[in-house]
Design a protein around this ligand. Sequence first.
Ligand SMILES: [Zn+2]
Length: 110
Amino acid sequence: MKKNNFKIIYDHWLFKLPFFKSYGGMTVNKNLVIFKRRKKKVEKYLPYHESIHVNQMKKMGKFGSVKFWFKYTGYYIWNLLKMRNHWHAYYAIPYEKEAYDKTRKKYGFR
Ligand SMILES: [Zn+2]
């Protein structure tokens, strides 16, 4: 796997907002990953999980981050209409499936 060169911000304010506070991290774009907690408190698997999203964005080429979020949101809304459950809809997003599958293989959970 290629080495990732993205900036990381810990203890980010975004996770204080209602929708975001149930998440531990987020890949904003291929150059920026943010985490809810301070560096020492970030869950061990999470940087790897987010690095998979960075790679997914990179694979999408030019404007990959924009395409990623557009499709990600589309999948989520579609799933939500079908499943009527936020977490089921979230875990069924193909990008999350790939990230959780790979993280599970590497860390044995999540
Ligand atoms: Zn994810």
